[in-house]
Write a new protein. Structure first.
Length: 137
């Protein structure tokens, strides 16, 4: 389910960040990413995104990330390691997988990440998990 079509969109009233490779929805303690079909999310795109995220939240605010995988695209799993090494802004991430292939890819990415990654089957599950993180309560 697209975030904009979910009941959470009206409730959270996020800032929408539109980038050439996807849309991002910036909420108080987390942001949701929806990459476009066929994108390869490499380090160059990651740095563009992270710079925008830091511009919005600041350098020191702990935040979480939800990858809402409504489209088919590829991700360089090394990005997870590099983000922690260079920026260290994420406290945790959730990946919403809508099919078996996405779930398997999320499992692979989980092995590369230094921070917690939760694999979820719905946007609701991901948002609930992120909102319950001790860093935000």
């Amino acid at each position: 389910m697209k975030f904009e079509k979910s009941p959470y969109f009206e409730k959270l009233k996020p800032y929408k960040l539109e980038l050439p490779f996807g849309n991002y929805y910036l909420c108080p303690n987390f942001f949701i990413g929806e990459l476009f079909e066929g994108v390869h999310f490499d380090w160059e795109k990651t740095e563009i995104l992270v710079k925008e995220i830091i511009k919005f939240y600041g350098e020191f605010k702990p935040i979480a990330f939800i990858s809402n995988r409504i489209n088919s695209y590829s991700v360089d799993p090394q990005n997870w390691i590099k983000i922690v090494q260079k920026y260290n802004i994420l406290v945790a991430s959730a990946i919403v997988a809508y099919n078996n292939s996405n779930y398997i890819n999320a499992s692979l990415e989980k092995h590369f990440a230094k921070k917690s990654i939760k694999r979820c089957l719905s946007l609701s599950e991901a948002i609930g998990w992120v909102e319950s993180l001790e860093e935000f309560n």
